[in-house]
Write a protein that binds this ligand. Structure first.
Ligand SMILES: [Zn+2]
Length: 187
């Protein structure tokens, strides 16, 4: 017995990580199945889908059926609610929204998270000020939950439409200033 344990280098302690791996695999499988189902219900058999954030129409395989209220924060019922699903492309929009680098204001306009700067700002700024295609009275509460999760300091109790647009404009301007400086030096 002792020799066997030495030979394969295992002992009882390693059962726990194995179990955790199995659970991870199970969770992944459940999520993939859920994603397939939501995609089928949301996109049907469309070959091309328009991204609700950037507005680009892309092959469906490059567009994700993304949760608006974070999956981790949503109840099972909310996770399966199609009003909580939007089309978000894999050219940045899906990740930018998932991690709260962009949020919606109460008027359905995309806003930059004030913490966004540098290359992240360069990747997100084309979304600022766009109207989100998935915003409507039924999805509104999910967008509010998403914004509250990531920029609670920007929101009052009623999730006012008022947003400091000047801050977004200033952030984008700050980022593009070096470029302008260069071009004016050339001319
Ligand atoms: Zn997009």
């Amino acid at each position: 017995m002792a020799i066997t344990a030495l030979e394969d280098g295992t002992d009882g302690d390693q059962d726990e990580p194995d179990l955790a791996d199995d659970l991870d695999a199970l969770v992944s499988a459940v999520r993939r199945r859920e994603q397939r189902r939501l995609r089928r219900l949301k996109f049907g058999s469309l070959a091309e889908v328009m991204c609700d954030l950037c507005g680009r129409t892309l092959p469906a395989r490059l567009v994700s059926a993304a949760h608006i209220k974070r999956r981790a924060d949503a109840t099972r019922r909310e996770r399966l609610n199609l009003d909580n699903i939007m089309a978000a492309c894999l050219f940045g929009c899906d990740a930018l929204f998932e991690h709260g680098h962009v949020v919606l204001d109460a008027a359905g306009t995309i806003r930059l998270n004030p913490a966004v700067q540098g290359e992240l700002l360069a990747a997100a700024r084309h979304l600022a000020g766009r109207r989100c295609g998935a915003y409507n009275p039924r999805s509104r509460s999910f967008f509010e939950a998403h914004a509250r999760r990531f920029v609670p300091e920007r929101l009052d109790q009623r999730w006012q439409a008022e947003w400091d647009v000047a801050a977004d404009t200033a952030a984008v301007k700050r980022y593009s200033e070096p470029e302008r400086g260069r071009s004016s030096a050339v001319s």
